[in-house]
Write a new protein. Structure first.
Length: 209
């Protein structure tokens, strides 16, 4: 997983509450078990009409926001089903941070497991940032995770709270496997002791014995 320390990117506004995971990545795109290519289907029902024609007025189709790395959203972002593909689609598109007043719990947790920062700011602050980020003048923000700040380089700075363990996950780029491997030496030592003290537990493990 790619570490997240400091991100400077254009912030695309999505002024809609209760954006659910089926809107983020519709169910027909969940057949894949890989994370690659899902970005093209991100927000598919908002980006294309029923005939598959591109809707140029959608925010991520506008030239100013086509390479956005930050998404500005409203309350309860990521609600609905628990599909991890929703985070994969955002990441594959290039979005590493979503800023919103609140997130659905499962989506929020999935973000940390995949290298995306779900950043919570007060609703009034998010609304202000959205109003300032327009196609004519897109807003560029810098998110500093070690310092826990978001700023625009022109006087605006806001601090945000984050659980220390989740912060460590992102800064060090640790997914669930990476977290486990941090304890590899202890796991190996335990297995060696267990082989010596309880060899019958390993008698049917084939190559592990």
């Amino acid at each position: 997983m790619q570490p997240f320390t400091t991100l400077t990117a254009v912030a695309a506004p999505l002024p809609r509450i209760n954006v659910d995971t089926d809107l983020i990545i519709p169910k027909q795109f969940l057949k894949t078990i890989t994370r690659d290519g899902l970005g093209s289907s991100l927000f598919h029902e908002m980006r294309y009409d029923g005939a598959g024609r591109r809707l140029d007025d959608f925010v991520l189709h506008q030239p100013a926001f086509a390479s956005a790395g930050i998404l500005l959203a409203l309350d309860n972002f990521g609600c609905g089903s628990s599909r991890e593909h929703a985070v994969w689609a955002l990441l594959d598109f290039g979005i590493r941070c979503v800023i919103a007043p609140s997130f659905a719990d499962i989506f929020y947790n999935n973000c940390f497991k995949n290298g995306v920062l779900p950043l919570v700011l007060e609703a009034a602050v998010v609304q202000e940032l959205m109003a300032r980020s327009t196609p004519a003048s897109p807003l560029t923000l810098t998110v500093d995770l070690p310092q826990q700040t978001v700023s625009d380089g022109a006087g605006f700075t806001a601090s945000f709270a984050i659980d220390p363990s989740r912060k460590t996950r992102l800064v060090e780029g640790l997914d669930d496997i990476g977290l486990t491997l941090k304890h590899e030496a202890a796991i190996t030592a335990f297995e060696a002791r267990q082989r010596a003290d309880q060899p019958w537990l390993w008698s049917k493990t084939g190559a592990q014995a």
